[in-house]
Design a protein around this ligand. Structure first.
Ligand SMILES: [Zn+2]
Length: 286
């Protein structure tokens, strides 16, 4: 989606009032493009206090007075009070008591404006399409999701964040004994046909046939090994080997070299893996 010409002007008109007038004036013309993208990239809010619906100013993350560049990659948006408090401090000094926010801003600065604009444009298009279905659709900001999660004292996981989106999140959520089912797209074995070396050249030949002894990589199998070092029962995703001994990825790890005669097909591969298990909590970059 392009933001050139008329689209830029339309967008700017709609966004007027969200940037202070002086900043907008400075950014009109050749830089209007950057202004809209900057607003999209920083989600129309102050990078330092998340304030929304207030006039925003451009802030040089590394100050001009300290040889910070004038490039868009060095710009963020700040409300007037934050901008004045920061003054000509470096971002590291200014946010020394908020290491989490500092890391978030630094990571976000690296995201290109074009990527940020594309993500947001896709997001709104998706929202528009969903609304046409006539079902209730609700949006929530990332800040609202985090607020909902933190006030309900929930750990940071993908599935719990999904529950916490929007203002309709119930006051209390019963999550005890709920184990999310994780579905991951793995493909049908038709994309990467062989291994690559580090330069991206084929390192091995493509398999002559996908099926080995009736099994195919990605199938879910159950293997009962009655004796030997691999004795036990294993359930999981199989990776076939032409020689007839397979690897099985179970919930507890990978078991290698299981002979096909111990394997029983549970489900054919449909291009996805399904795993019921605890999702690890991961650190959040706001
Ligand atoms: Zn602020």
């Amino acid at each position: 989606m392009s933001y050139r010409g008329r689209e830029v002007r339309d967008l700017l008109e709609r966004l007027e009032g969200r940037l202070s007038r002086a900043v907008l004036r400075g950014l009109r013309g050749s830089n209007a493009h950057s202004a809209t993208r900057l607003l999209l990239k920083w989600n129309h809010q102050c990078a330092y206090c998340d304030a929304r619906d207030v006039p925003l100013e451009l802030d040089h993350v590394h100050p001009r007075s300290r040889n910070g560049s004038n490039r868009v990659s060095n710009l963020t948006l700040a409300c007037t009070p934050c901008n004045q408090r920061k003054s000509n401090q470096n971002i590291g000094e200014f946010l020394k008591d908020e290491p989490e926010r500092l890391a978030g801003i630094l990571a976000h600065m690296k995201a290109s404006l074009r990527d940020a604009a594309a993500v947001n444009a896709t997001r709104w298009m998706l929202y528009a399409r969903l609304k046409t279905l006539g079902l209730p659709v609700e949006c929530g900001s990332a800040g609202r999701t985090k607020f909902n999660r933190v006030t309900r004292e929930l750990p940071k996981t993908h599935w719990l964040d999904a529950v916490c989106v929007g203002t309709s999140t119930p006051e209390s959520l019963i999550i005890k004994n709920i184990v999310p089912l994780q579905i991951r797209a793995t493909g049908h074995g038709s994309r990467q046909m062989c291994r690559m070396d580090k330069y991206g050249f084929p390192r091995t030949g493509a398999k002559q046939r996908k099926r080995v002894q009736g099994f195919q990589t990605g199938d879910r199998v159950r293997a009962v090994v009655p004796s030997g070092t691999k004795q036990g029962t294993y359930v999981g995703k199989v990776a076939v080997r032409t020689r007839g001994t397979f690897n099985i990825t179970t919930a507890h790890g990978v078991v290698t070299d299981i002979h096909h005669r111990f394997c029983v097909l549970v489900a054919r591969s449909d291009g996805y893996t399904y795993q019921q298990g605890k999702e690890a909590a991961f650190p959040l970059s706001a």
